[in-house]
Ligand binder design. Structure first.
Ligand SMILES: *[C@@H]1O[C@H](CO)[C@@H](O)[C@H](O)[C@H]1NC(C)=O
Ligand SMILES: *[C@@H]1O[C@H](CO)[C@@H](O)[C@H](O)[C@H]1NC(C)=O
Ligand SMILES: *[C@@H]1O[C@H](CO)[C@@H](O)[C@H](O)[C@H]1NC(C)=O
Ligand SMILES: *[C@@H]1O[C@H](CO)[C@@H](O)[C@H](O)[C@H]1NC(C)=O
Length: 315
């Protein structure tokens, strides 16, 4: 009985070993996004034809080739930001003054707030940020193939294909930002509104071109139902403000900036923080809204009667 159990264990260990060899999971991170080439080339043409034709003509196949050559046939832990230099050169375009929006810990919020460059142009709204957004990729040494099974995480190695790309993209984005610079921080973030190390702290601030920048506007926005962990002038936001002032920038900071609050409030219309206006007298607002509710109810009731009537006619 005991030996049967042991041999079962041995067989399953062998099976698992060969299984993982077949799968080839070398790393802890997710593998390359399937259909990467089609996604990158498609996003690139979507960007230059529809999202932002102002960037002018680009060869998206050439950009893909340069992108792929940055990391294929190489040890996936020795990819450096400068390996992406040609990709950046081929996809670079101007970032309109006053439109730059830097951020930490609120990517999805920034995505809707920036509105694909219509309101602000965050890194994800530039051509080079747009085609890489939410994708994963890596190659392998001595093979031109992509690794679809697994890719190294930041913990496994810093110089992985994805992080080095975003470092290069962040550096370039900061270097080309001008005018009024905006920074949207998460006042409810557990690790601090202004994380250091972080992309903004380590790759963006050091690459801002001081002579092209007139002002830096910081917004610290808390989640509607989230904790108010940080605000302007406290903790890590204070560290950021001091760092930028020491560098000689004109800095302002605003807590819970109204435009961003309106956007967050789409999902919490009944929260007390989301009351649109408190200046109009309650007596004036009350009847209007209840009357609207009333006529909507009446409309629903009438439609329902109509439906019952037709129902009765058919049968
Ligand atoms: C775009 O680049 C590809 C690959 O480098 C090349 O084969 C093609 O001729 C280029 N197309 C144009 C229109 O320049
Ligand atoms: C990218 O452009 C810069 C500036 O024009 C140039 O110095 C550099 O050699 C280019 N790099 C590549 C890989 O083409
Ligand atoms: C950028 O903002 C500044 C300050 O608000 C303004 O004076 C300037 O005209 C703006 N530039 C552009 C290109 O909109
Ligand atoms: C802010 O950070 C918290 C905690 O890390 C997170 O749960 C929340 O989704 C973030 N808010 C936004 C708007 O991304």
């Amino acid at each position: 009985m005991k030996s049967l159990f042991l041999s079962l264990v041995v067989v399953s260990v062998l099976f698992m070993n060969s299984f993982s060899e077949v799968q080839g999971k070398k790393w802890k991170g997710e593998g390359t996004t399937k259909n990467l080439e089609s996604i990158v080339i498609g996003r690139c043409y979507n960007y230059i034809r529809i999202v932002n034709p102002a960037v002018g003509e680009k060869n998206c196949s050439e950009i893909w080739e340069a992108f792929k050559n940055a990391f294929i046939n190489k040890d996936p832990c020795s990819i450096l930001p400068k390996d992406y230099e040609l990709v950046i050169n081929l996809s670079l375009h101007t970032i309109p003054p006053n439109k730059s929006l830097f951020w930490e810990n609120n990517q999805l919020l920034v995505k809707s707030f920036a509105d694909r460059g219509r309101r602000y142009m965050s890194l994800g709204d530039t051509l080079f940020g747009f085609f890489g957004d939410f994708l994963n990729w890596c190659g392998q040494a001595n093979s031109a193939g992509l690794d679809y099974e697994s890719c190294p995480t930041m913990e496994e190695c810093e110089n992985n294909a994805v992080d080095s790309f975003w470092r290069m993209a962040s550096i370039t984005y900061a270097q080309h930002s001008s005018g009024v610079i905006h920074v949207l921080l998460n006042g409810s973030a557990v690790g601090g509104a202004y994380p250091a190390p972080g992309f903004f702290a380590d790759y963006e601030i050091p690459n801002l071109q001081k002579d092209k920048i007139s002002k830096i506007v910081i917004w610290v926005v808390d989640d509607i139902e989230g904790p108010d962990i940080e605000s302007c002038g406290t903790h890590t936001v204070k560290i950021l403000e001091n760092r930028l002032k020491t560098l000689g920038y004109d800095v302002t900071c605003t807590d819970n900036y109204k435009s961003v609050m309106f956007l967050l409030c789409l999902d919490y219309p009944d929260d007390s923080k989301c009351t649109l206006s408190s200046s109009a007298p309650a007596a004036q607002r009350g009847p209007i809204s209840s009357d609207r509710g009333g006529s909507w109810n009446k409309l629903l009731f009438v439609s329902f009667l109509g439906f019952l009537f037709r129902f009765a006619l058919v049968y």
